[in-house]
Write a protein that binds this ligand. Structure first.
Ligand SMILES: [Zn+2]
Ligand SMILES: [Zn+2]
Length: 286
């Protein structure tokens, strides 16, 4: 199977949209993109607004060609209720809209479902928490709902494992660097070859302190030691920090010892990293 990052923070806007293609099936995870509303006290720069639009066009054209679409939770950088028609007629695997969810996401999920069900050719919707789905030789397994970060304040997300019988790919969604035992347990038990993790939230040290960063480094080190993983993509929350590589240096060291590659999604996709949100102050100076 082929895994392609479509839009990520290292591409210039908030997203983790990923495509998985096999000879019979095309899966899109979290088809949406958003911008950080305030950074350094500044609203998004016009360069970011333009990039977000470009990435959305790319996400849309990929999603229109997909058979299966996954939504891991109801934040706007992971689902887009404004253009539900791109999901018409598809199989859509959603985070459960009512159980293990916080109040704000419960409201958003109800609205999203209403928009999907109003379509002329509505998608076939399944709630995916803790379930496994089979499409020919492809198996898609979802974790139980795990915390969005360190506790349930921001709600819950689903982690996803896609297995084609030969290789396994894990997409963690917003676990903020896998800082809770439940979050890392799913990744390790899946024993993946390739993992996309959202990475620790080092750009907000007041919320995400050194203890949580240590926990994330410890979790990812365990993943490197205990599984057959060959490549780890760290992005999203982590690549909102220009110094992300230095902050997680012990992970790079551990990975090198085990012959594992650690990359941003842009690097993985062969693109130049453009951390536009982290550079917002500079964008306004030019
Ligand atoms: Zn989120
Ligand atoms: Zn997110």
């Amino acid at each position: 199977m082929k895994i392609r990052p479509i839009a990520f923070d290292s591409f210039g806007a908030r997203s983790m949209c990923t495509v998985i293609e096999t000879k019979d099936l095309k899966i899109v995870i979290d088809p949406s993109v958003a911008l950080g509303p305030k950074r350094y006290g500044l609203p998004p720069h016009e360069i970011e607004i333009k990039r977000k639009e470009e990435l959305w066009q790319k996400i849309k054209s990929e999603t229109l060609k997909a058979d299966v679409v996954i939504v891991t939770h109801y934040h706007y950088d992971h689902h887009n209720p404004n253009e539900p028609e791109i999901l018409a007629g598809k199989t859509v695997l959603l985070k459960h809209p009512k159980s293990a969810i916080n109040k704000s996401q419960m409201g958003r999920s109800a609205y999203f479902l209403q928009r999907l069900n109003e379509l002329k050719n509505p998608p076939k919707i399944e709630f995916a928490d803790s379930r496994t789905f089979e499409f020919g030789e492809i198996q898609i397994t979802f974790s139980k709902p795990v915390f969005h970060g360190k506790d349930n304040r921001l709600g819950y997300v689903l982690e996803v494992c896609v297995d084609d019988g030969k290789n396994r790919f894990v997409y963690t969604s917003d676990v903020e660097g896998a800082i809770h035992d439940d979050q890392i347990a799913f990744i390790i038990e899946s024993d993946p070859d390739l993992v996309f993790i959202d990475g620790p939230m080092t750009y907000q040290p007041r919320i995400f302190g050194s203890k949580l960063l240590e926990k994330s480094i410890e979790s990812i080190s365990r993943l490197i030691e205990r599984t057959r993983v060959k490549e780890i993509v760290l992005d999203h929350h982590l690549t909102r920090d220009l110094k992300w590589r230095t902050k997680i240096d012990p992970i790079f060291k551990k990975a090198e010892e085990h012959g594992v590659k650690v990359k941003s999604a842009a690097e993985f996709g062969g693109l130049k990293e453009e951390l536009l949100e982290a550079k917002r102050k500079e964008l306004y100076c030019h």
